[in-house]
Design a protein around this ligand. Structure first.
Ligand code: NAD
Ligand code: WQD
Length: 344
């Protein structure tokens, strides 16, 4: 039985909760920190229903440095950290950039300070395909240049990677930054999934809420892009595939198999689908008809992006396994279950 202790920040969130389940399945002990700014503590009861184990939970904001120090005094034997905690709403970051710089950057700096103080060596960081901005060449590989960020949120991910790559040089810390493309879908049990608080920003929760009748209509942002049907192309990837990559990254760090102290991997399927293809696939797997309308382009949208996944395939031995149908079916099953769920 693997008894390594993993701190998961942002563990009550969407990707964090799925990752906890995969860590527990391999015998890791999980400790969670979350401020519950964008999630509910009840998610951990749902995790317990899947795995039989409820992780230890500490509720506080990582921007609170003394709370973080107290935490590490109480939990001195942590082997590695997965740092999911961040705010992630692109539009909100444009309206309130300081909120994003403070939350996403200060929390990371506090965590790195604590890692140095408490002699912790291993961290997996949630990065994003947003760091590539509008890419010139497709598919985007880890070597592709970081173009100008499209939002303050995107800027925080670029800055965070820069901070991490600087800190490893002086602090003897090992970092794996995972750049997720578009995570969607939910756990097969429909006990955990994406839980947008307020109106969702992303396509798939908008689709499932519209199909459910929570929203009247889905607006498709543009059909005049240079793509096969004119709508934007994205690399959607199942959240469980993403979660599994984190476990592999953690094992790589713990076994010291990393080839350099700062490694970066794309997490995508390598396949691009348009918005209209995604809608059609959803209609097929859910056997519903979606009410949607084409409207004008959304500011800051990238026309086309999908991942070169060769590095993660080769180095991590990881490959996304789920297809778009499975992603959308599990997202739909989760949306159906959500109406009966009490998480707070
Ligand atoms: P989420 O909002 O569901 O989870 C993030 C969690 O972090 C939330 O539970 C929130 O309460 C918590 N949190 C935020 N700031 C905190 C702070 N200062 N202290 C403590 N807790 C804090 O988001 P998610 O989709 O699970 O995303 C996880 C990570 O992956 C984020 O870093 C996000 O930027 C990144 N990411 C997400 C996507 C996506 O589309 N979901 C894509 C690429 C990268
Ligand atoms: C997907 C496609 C929209 C909603 C965002 C972040 C990115 C990353 C993933 C965190 C686009 C279209 C959407 C709607 C639509 N997150 N759409 N109608 O923009 O690729 O990426 O989430 O790091 O940083 O920017 O994802 O799901 O918002 O949009 O037509 O109501 O769906 O225009 O083409 P996006 P998304």
């Amino acid at each position: 039985m693997n008894k390594s202790k993993i701190l998961v920040t942002g563990g009550t969130g969407y990707i964090g909760s799925h990752t906890i389940v995969e860590l527990q399945a391999l015998g890791f002990e999980v400790i969670v920190i979350d401020s519950l700014k964008n999630s509910f503590a009840g998610v951990l009861n749902q995790v317990e229903k899947i795995s039989g184990i409820k992780p230890t939970f500490y509720e506080f904001d990582l921007c609170d440095k003394s709370a973080l120090d107290n935490f590490f005094y109480r939990e001195p034997n942590i082997d590695a950290i997965i740092h999911f905690a961040a705010l992630k709403a692109v539009g909100e970051s444009v309206d309130n950039p300081l909120l994003y710089y403070k939350n996403n950057i200060l929390s990371l700096i506090n965590l790195l300070d604590a890692m140095i103080k408490f002699n912790l060596k291993n961290i997996v960081f949630s990065s994003s395909c947003t760091v590539y901005g509008q890419p010139d060449v497709l598919p985007v590989s880890e070597q592709s240049p970081m173009k100008k960020a499209e939002s303050p949120y995107g800027q925080t991910k670029q800055m965070a990677e820069q901070i991490l790559s600087d800190v490893v040089k002086s602090a003897g810390i090992n970092v794996i930054a995972l750049r997720y493309f578009n995570p969607i879908g939910a756990h097969d049990s429909s006990l955990i999934g994406e839980f947008p608080i307020g109106a969702p920003n992303n396509l798939v929760p908008m689709i499932t809420q519209t199909a459910m009748g929570i929203r009247e209509k889905l607006m498709v942002f543009g059909d005049d892009y240079n793509t096969k049907d004119g709508s934007c192309v994205r690399d959607y990837i199942h959240v469980v595939d993403i979660a599994k990559a984190h476990v592999i990254a953690i094992e790589r760090l713990l076994k010291k198999n990393n080839k350099s102290p700062f490694e970066v991997f794309n997490l995508g399927t390598g396949n691009g689908f348009t918005v209209l293809e995604t809608i059609k696939t959803f209609e097929k797997v859910s056997n519903t008809k979606l009410n949607y309308e084409i409207t004008s382009r959304r500011n800051g949208d990238v026309e086309k992006v999908f991942a070169d996944t060769n590095l993660a395939n080769k180095e991590l031995g990881w490959k996304a396994e789920r297809d778009l149908e499975n992603m959308l079916l599990t997202a739909w099953n989760w949306q159906i279950k959500l109406k009966d769920l009490k998480l707070n």
